[in-house]
Design a protein around this ligand. Structure first.
Ligand SMILES: [Zn+2]
Length: 258
């Protein structure tokens, strides 16, 4: 399969718009990047400032993407402590057709607000939506959320970035409701988590255009390099599985044929 054909079939589960690293990635700019890449389906959320629990994420910016006919766009609802405090019933975002809810325990001090976390998880349960959690080498390490995986076994949890990989693997092995998106994971880490058993719960994602800030190359170049690297190591069939079949499954559309 040619690279452009593969790109047209897969969904990127992790992309952003908004302010990051001193640049405003407007919806127009991000839509253009995605069009240049040739991707026809992506899940997207606003970027957030780090350590501002009172910041209200610009979730409504996603509506510009939803109207765009170039691609199918899946809104991810970014949460913050203040946002949930002032709107625990999610009324202010009820006009957004979000399909995933994001919790960022590095960007926000979520450890201080267990009651607000409970509100989010109960809302996700009610709406039957997956919850994406930022993970990393800090307070956002996967083990810290093990009680969520256990107590909300009906919710699908997506560990964004799967870091550290050994912990991501441990959680994948232990909980069938845990998934991993491979954005920003290195090849060795992906190799570690992608056992035969866990291959059904790995998702293709890139974190574009945040990649521009960290890697200093264009989103278009990064996407192409990354996809080549992934195909080289894991093969086209596996990338199709992570970028299409598994994404349909995590979103609850496994019967959809398109
Ligand atoms: Zn991200």
């Amino acid at each position: 399969m040619k690279q452009h054909e593969l790109i047209s079939k897969i969904t990127d589960i992790h992309t952003h718009y908004g302010h990051f690293g001193g640049h405003e990635y407007t919806p127009e700019e991000v839509m253009q990047k995605m069009k240049n890449i040739g991707i026809k389906s992506y899940a997207i959320m606003p970027a957030i400032p780090i350590n501002d629990d009172d910041h209200i994420p610009d979730n409504h910016g996603v509506l510009q993407f939803v109207k765009n006919k170039d691609a199918k766009v899946i809104p991810i609802l970014m949460t913050s402590p203040k946002m949930i405090k002032i709107d625990p019933l999610f009324n202010k975002v009820s006009d957004i057709p979000y399909k995933i809810i994001k919790i960022h325990p590095y960007g926000h001090n979520w450890g201080l607000y267990p009651d607000l976390i409970e509100i989010i998880l109960k809302h996700a349960r009610l709406k039957k939506l997956p919850v994406m959690i930022h993970t990393g080498y800090d307070e956002s390490e996967p083990k810290n959320f093990e009680s969520w995986f256990k107590h909300y076994s009906d919710i699908k949890f997506i560990l964004a970035h799967g870091k550290p990989p050994d912990q991501a693997k441990e959680m994948l092995d232990a909980y069938s409701n845990v998934w991993v998106d491979i954005s920003f994971m290195d090849i060795n880490g992906i190799g570690l988590i992608s056992s035969k058993k866990n291959n059904d719960r790995i998702l293709f994602g890139t974190d574009i255009p945040i990649t521009e800030y960290f890697l200093k190359i264009s989103s278009e170049e990064y996407f192409n390099n990354r996809l080549n690297e992934l195909v080289d190591h894991f093969g086209t069939e596996t990338i199709l599985k992570w970028g299409k079949n598994n994404i349909e499954k995590v979103l609850g559309n496994d019967n959809t044929v398109n």
